[in-house]
Design a protein around this ligand. Structure first.
Ligand code: ADP
Ligand code: MG
Ligand code: MG
Length: 251
């Protein structure tokens, strides 16, 4: 589904990603962990196509096709989803309008008929019930005046409504409290199936207590220095990141 080969990328002229290779198959959950400033959010933004980030070299293959020439909205239509660490507010655009248009754009690119207002409403209310979200929030402008918890729930609602092929959730540094952790975890567990993939970016191991990943990758200074299974996350929790650095330099 996704294959990244020796990716180098910069922001504001500074090289941040220094040779990343990563392969995500359908059905897999990959956790990207690493100390602050190691490039985790940069990696998420580069995959999603944020134009502020420049790819210097390497390949990003999505379903076998290099997506570097595709703009962010084209990648989204093709089934890539980036959850925002700090969800944006869109005043004047209601949640229901935003989601219906986003979903129908994806359906159109898959050759599926758009949902009409009635069909979409039924579908949306069902998804809102799944994430335990008040139906009243559909009429509010996207994220405007939402509490932190409501924004997080809204991000997960977007994930379940749009049902992308590959979801990248950047939860780093967002100081998730226990309720938000459970919201994210519950949403990912509902989303997770044999056909889609998840890249879960997180600074902390505790999110992974709720979402057991298939693979854990440690990103330090723009490189994946170690990969393993969920046991690696536990090891990082007890030993921190310094021992990884020492092993890397020793090796
Ligand atoms: P992480 O998510 O692992 O904490 P980031 O990807 O946010 O790391 O940041 C990696 C490095 O890139 C940091 O040194 C950060 O200051 C820099 N960086 C990221 N985004 C920008 C930006 N838009 N402008 C300038 N520097 C940036
Ligand atoms: Mg950071
Ligand atoms: Mg980050």
């Amino acid at each position: 589904m996704l294959e990244i080969k020796d990716l180098h990328a910069s922001v504001e002229g500074k090289e941040i990603l220094k040779g990343i290779s990563l392969k995500v198959n359908p059905g897999e959950v990959h956790a990207i962990m690493g100390p602050n400033g190691s490039g985790k959010s940069t990696l998420s933004q580069v995959i999603a196509g944020n134009p502020a980030y420049e790819v210097l070299s390497g390949e990003i293959l999505y379903r076998g096709q290099d997506i570097q020439e595709m703009e962010a909205h084209e990648r989204a239509r093709a089934g890539l989803f980036l959850g925002f660490q700090y969800p944006v507010e869109i005043p004047g655009v209601t949640n229901i309008y935003f989601l219906k248009n986003a979903l129908n754009a994806i359906r159109e690119s898959n050759g599926e008929a758009p949902l009409d207002a009635y069909e979409f409403n039924e579908y949306l209310l069902q998804k809102m019930d799944e994430v335990g979200m008040s139906h009243e929030l559909t009429r509010r402008a996207v994220n405007s005046g939402f509490s932190g918890g409501e924004k997080k729930r809204n991000e997960i609602l977007q994930l379940l409504v749009l049902n992308p092929r590959l979801a990248i959730l950047d939860e780093t540094d967002s100081g998730l409290d226990i309720d938000a952790l459970k919201t994210v975890a519950g949403g990912v567990e509902k989303f997770r199936n044999s056909e889609n993939g998840v890249i879960l970016v997180t600074h902390y191991q505790r999110l992974l207590d709720f979402i057991p990943p298939d693979f854990v990758h440690v990103l330090i200074d723009g490189k994946i220095v170690l990969s393993g299974d969920s046991k690696l996350a536990l090891e990082l929790e007890s030993k921190g990141y310094n021992w990884v650095k020492e092993e890397e330099y020793a090796g």
